[in-house]
Design a protein around this ligand. Structure first.
Ligand code: G3H
Ligand code: 13P
Ligand code: ZN
Length: 316
């Protein structure tokens, strides 16, 4: 069942975090829905601009409608990840997405406010909620690449004005994470002080943590043992993610970890069975392994086991 992101946040806020997982293809979609159904967890499916052009936005939408039928127990929202203004308007016009993210965090404060406000006005007119970003994460996203040294933590002194002027529904805060498989290359860690300060100024307001992959070291080791070259890959400590959820971090974004599972499964498959050319063999293993990863991660987030309570709260 596709619900609004707001409904997911209302149930989760302060108690657990909802996993927001990126998809690009059918195998990721099957693994995600299987893992969330097995762990009885609500979730958010994220689609980036890159995914919309890789698989075609119509294919992704059709896949999610099909997954909704194949997994009738699933309760999820559909979200545009790191949208620019044009892509946000396209998703809003299509009326399929539950929420969009407008990422104008690379602009000046006033320009970020102006762009976000335009998107909020268009989205709210259609009952779609909006995630905005203040501060800047390091790493590479679809349309912006930010050097670690240029990343800026969210300034808590700006958040009230930003939310008041834009009317956004949740806020992605830069708290020391970065996108991709090479996080914390400097000595920085997660800034709980920033989360605490932001929540003090915005009590009850859902926060979003980007760049939340934990980059499991066993995956990195196995990838490298099978011919990969991921040197010094590092992610977010899982204990920190569990700690952030009761502090108002209600949406936790994960993409890289899924890519690592994909990479490990396929590298090992081709190493161990060089004569194979059937894509379904590693594909099947990936779906099962990705589902197992999702089950584990939902336990870390605290979303595992929340499905039936949510269904009751929704009266569904
Ligand atoms: O934050 C970015 C996400 O990991 C999506 O990545 O833009 O390459 O699809 P992508
Ligand atoms: P990771 O690269 O840590 O998976 O972060 C993904 C993300 O923030 C998507 O918006
Ligand atoms: Zn992100």
């Amino acid at each position: 069942m596709i619900v609004t992101t707001r409904q997911l946040f209302e149930h989760a806020y302060g108690k657990y975090a909802v996993g927001a997982y990126n998809i690009n293809n059918a195998e990721q979609t099957m693994g995600l829905f299987r893992g969330c159904t097995d762990s009885r967890a609500p979730f958010i499916v994220q689609i980036s601009k890159g995914a919309r052009s890789y698989t075609d936005k119509r294919m992704l939408e059709a896949m999610l409608r099909a997954a909704d039928e194949i997994f009738p127990d699933a309760i999820f929202a559909v979200h545009l990840d790191h949208g620019d203004e044009e892509t946000c308007y396209d998703c809003i016009a299509g009326s399929f997405y539950s929420s969009v993210m407008i990422d104008a965090s690379h602009e000046s404060f006033d320009e970020n406010v102006a762009i976000t406000k335009r998107v909020v006005d268009a989205a709210h007119a259609k009952g779609i909620s909006v995630e905005a970003e203040l501060g800047q994460l390091g790493g590479v996203e679809e349309h912006v690449s930010v050097a670690e040294s240029d990343a800026k933590l969210t300034d808590p002194a700006q958040v009230e004005e930003f939310v008041r002027r834009t009317g956004c529904d949740c806020l992605a805060c830069a708290i020391g994470t970065s996108h991709g498989a090479y996080k914390f290359t400097g000595s920085q860690g997660l800034h709980f002080d920033v989360i605490r300060e932001v929540q003090k100024r915005l009590p009850g307001f859902p926060l979003v943590m980007h760049g939340s992959s934990s980059v499991p070291q066993d995956e990195v080791r196995r990838i490298n043992a099978a011919g990969g070259a991921l040197k010094g890959a590092k992610g977010v400590n899982e204990a920190d993610i569990s700690k952030a959820a009761p502090m108002g971090v209600t949406k936790v974004n994960i993409d890289t970890d899924g890519r690592l599972v994909w990479c490990r499964v396929h590298r090992e498959a081709f190493r161990d069975d060089p004569a194979n050319f059937d894509l379904r063999k590693p594909g099947k293993v990936f779906i099962a392994e990705y589902a197992a990863y999702i089950v584990h991660k939902n336990k870390v987030l605290g979303s595992a086991g929340q499905l039936d309570g949510l269904r009751e709260a929704l009266g569904a």
